[in-house]
Design a protein around this ligand. Sequence first.
Ligand SMILES: *[C@@H]1O[C@H](CO)[C@@H](O)[C@H](O)[C@H]1NC(C)=O
Ligand SMILES: *[C@@H]1O[C@H](CO)[C@@H](O)[C@H](O)[C@H]1NC(C)=O
Length: 119
Amino acid sequence: MSIFLGGGFLLLTGACAATDGTPGMIGYGLAKAAVHQLIKSLSMKGSGMPENSRVLGILPITLDTPANRNSMPNADFSTWTPLDNLSKEVFSWSTNSSAFPNGALVKVTTTGGKTEYSQ
Ligand SMILES: *[C@@H]1O[C@H](CO)[C@@H](O)[C@H](O)[C@H]1NC(C)=O
Ligand SMILES: *[C@@H]1O[C@H](CO)[C@@H](O)[C@H](O)[C@H]1NC(C)=O
């Protein structure tokens, strides 16, 4: 006997930079553009994802992580996205199918300490 449960939520991390050319870091841009393609493909019928599941991508600029602070100690942190805000947003999207449509690539932009999420 098998029990199939539909639904589910998959979040993959792309990059805002990879929506344009990335001449100084071509390998990075290629890899992230591939993630954007994967998100689009997985969100479509026939991808093998479960019925009623959703796939979203986040396209951050710079996340405010300890590793990033260590490697860029003199950066302007007011343009970095706080992880507590991002994780709360992602949690709310995971339970709210109207937040962003399946397959959305959500740009994460922080300016002056204020974070916005847009397609
Ligand atoms: C779900 O997302 C929509 C669109 O952003 C929003 O208007 C609505 O208030 C959200 N619902 C809940 C329960 O948070
Ligand atoms: C994330 O931060 C923005 C302001 O920067 C705020 O409007 C939004 O409500 C925050 N989201 C959560 C889930 O706390």
